[in-house]
Design a protein. Structure first.
Length: 90
């Protein structure tokens, strides 16, 4: 997905702040990634410890019925993903 230059530079700045431990930047990145359905960014944020990013990933995977993503998330410890998989199997 191509982003306008201003958005790209804003995201780069937010990512740098997030890497530095700025929770507000992390929260903003999660919100923007969720709005863009940017699964790669959400995965990266979740792997860095963002529970909000993980929640959005689980929600999006559940909406799409994406068993592969839900299985990956469940294997990584997400009980919500495991619960959705159980619902899909019933």
């Amino acid at each position: 997905m191509t982003e306008p230059d201003s958005t790209s530079s804003e995201l780069a700045e937010l990512r740098a702040r997030a890497r530095g431990g700025d929770q507000d930047a992390v929260d903003e990145l999660v919100e923007r990634a969720g709005e863009r359905n940017d699964l790669d960014e959400l995965r990266s944020l979740a792997e860095a410890g963002s529970s909000d990013a993980l929640d959005i990933l689980v929600e999006l995977a559940g909406e799409r019925g994406d068993r592969l993503e839900l299985t990956r998330l469940a294997a990584a410890g997400s009980q919500d993903a495991a619960d959705i998989l159980d619902e899909l199997d019933s």
